[in-house]
Write a protein that binds this ligand. Structure first.
Ligand SMILES: Nc1nc2c(ncn2[C@@H]2O[C@H](COP(=O)(O)OP(=O)(O)OP(=O)(O)O)[C@@H](O)[C@H]2O)c(=O)[nH]1
Ligand SMILES: [Mg+2]
Length: 289
C-alpha cells in the first residue's frame, strides 16, 4: 500500500521552498522525535543539497519519545555532513530558545543588521513547525493544530534586527512507496484522513506497541496483551470501552476503538514511545521525491 497525499497547496509550497532556499542561511528541519527517519522528507534533502544549505534537524515532541532512543538518533544525525541535530519539546518552557543560538553557530558569518541570519523552518505536516515559530516569537502568530496542513503559505517574521525566521507549510513527497513510512506518518497525523483510514493506521500502531510497549496497552486498557494480534488489540479496546455499532445486535465498533487508540497515542496518554530505532537498516531514506 503506497500513500499519495500531495494537495494543491503542497505543490505550490514546494516551488516556494525551492525559491526561498536561495535566500536563507540555515534550514531548520523539524522532525517528530518518535519517528525521526520516517518524518525526514527526502524532498528537503533534494532541495537543500544542490544549494549547499546547512541543516539543523530538530527532533521535536521529544516529550513524547523514548529519551534513550532519541539520544541514539541524535548521535547518528550529528555524524552527517552539513547536519546538526538537537532534540526538544515546544511544550517545554524555553526549549525552543536553543534554536537561534545553534543556527548562529552553523552560519556565524550572518550576524549583523546588514547580513541577518535567515532561518527557514521546514518539515512534514503536523510536526510542530508553527508551534516552534510561535515559541521563538513568544507570540501566538501562526495557527497551530493537531491535524495535517494547518499552514498553507509561508510566513516570515523578524526575531530581532539580526535574525529572521520563516515558517512553511508541511510538505510530503509525491508517492510514499514504503508502506511502513506511510503508516508511521499517518500514525503521527501527518497525512490527510482522506487517503488512509483510522482502522488501518490503528492496527499498524497496535502492532508496533505489541512489539515494543505491550505493558502500556495493559496499563491503559486493562487487557492482557500477550498472544494478541494487532486486530485483536482493536477488538479488545472495543470490548473494554463498550464500543458497539448501533442496531447491530452487539457487533464491535472497530472504527471507534481505532480512534481511541490513535488519540491516546497522539496526545501521549500511552506514555513516551519511539516507533523507530536507529539501526543499520535505517540508513538515509532513499525514496525518490
Ligand atoms: N507534545 C508535544 N506537542 C507538540 C509539540 N510541538 C507541537 N506540538 C503539537 O503538535 C500539533 C501540530 O503543531 P503545529 O505547530 O500546527 O504543526 P505544523 O508542523 O506547523 O503543522 P502543519 O502546518 O500542518 O504542517 C499541535 O497540536 C501542537 O500543539 C511538542 O514539542 N510536544
Ligand atoms: Mg504549521
Amino acid at each position: 500500500m503506497s500513500i499519495q497525499w500531495f494537495p494543491g497547496h503542497m505543490n505550490a509550497a514546494r516551488k516556494e521552498a525551492a525559491k526561498t532556499m536561495e535566500a536563507i542561511d540555515v534550514i531548520v528541519e523539524v522532525l517528530d522525535a518518535r519517528v525521526p527517519q520516517a518524518s525526514c522528507n527526502p524532498l528537503i534533502e533534494e532541495l537543500r543539497l544542490p544549494r549547499q544549505r546547512p541543516c539543523l534537524k530538530v527532533l521535536n515532541k521529544a516529550d513524547l519519545a523514548d529519551p534513550a532512543v532519541t539520544k541514539g538518533w541524535l548521535e547518528r544525525y550529528n555524524q552527517q555532513e552539513g547536519v546538526t541535530a538537537v532534540a526538544l519539546s515546544c511544550k517545554g518552557a524555553g526549549d525552543a530558545a536553543k534554536i537561534p543560538r545553534l543556527c548562529q553557530q552553523i552560519a556565524p558569518h550572518r550576524n549583523s543588521i546588514v547580513k541577518p541570519l535567515r532561518m527557514l523552518i521546514m518539515g512534514v505536516p503536523n510536526v510542530g513547525k508553527s508551534t516552534l515559530m510561535n515559541a521563538l516569537l513568544k507570540r501566538r502568530i501562526a495557527r497551530v493544530g493537531d491535524e495535517p496542513a494547518v499552514t498553507k503559505v509561508q510566513q516570515r517574521h523578524k526575531l530581532n534586527d539580526r535574525m529572521a525566521i520563516i515558517d512553511s507549510p508541511g510538505l510530503l513527497w509525491g508517492t510514499i512507496k514504503d508502506p511502513q513510512v506511510g503508516l508511521l506518518l499517518a500514525t503521527i497525523n501527518a497525512v490527510g484522513h482522506t487517503v488512509v483510514d483510522d482502522e488501518t493506521v490503528a492496527e499498524f500502531l497496535a502492532g508496533k506497541l505489541l512489539e515494543r510497549y505491550p505493558a502500556r496497552l495493559t496499563g491503559r486498557y486493562g487487557f492482557a496483551a500477550e498472544g494478541l494480534t494487532s486486530a485483536g488489540v482493536i477488538e479488545a479496546i472495543a470490548r473494554k470501552r463498550g464500543c458497539l455499532l448501533a442496531g447491530s445486535g452487539g457487533a464491535l465498533d472497530r472504527d471507534k476503538a481505532a480512534r481511541i487508540l490513535l488519540a491516546d497515542y497522539r496526545d501521549g496518554t500511552l506514555g513516551r514511545t519511539s516507533l523507530e530505532v536507529p539501526g543499520p537498516e535505517d540508513e538515509a531514506q532513499s525514496e525518490p521525491a
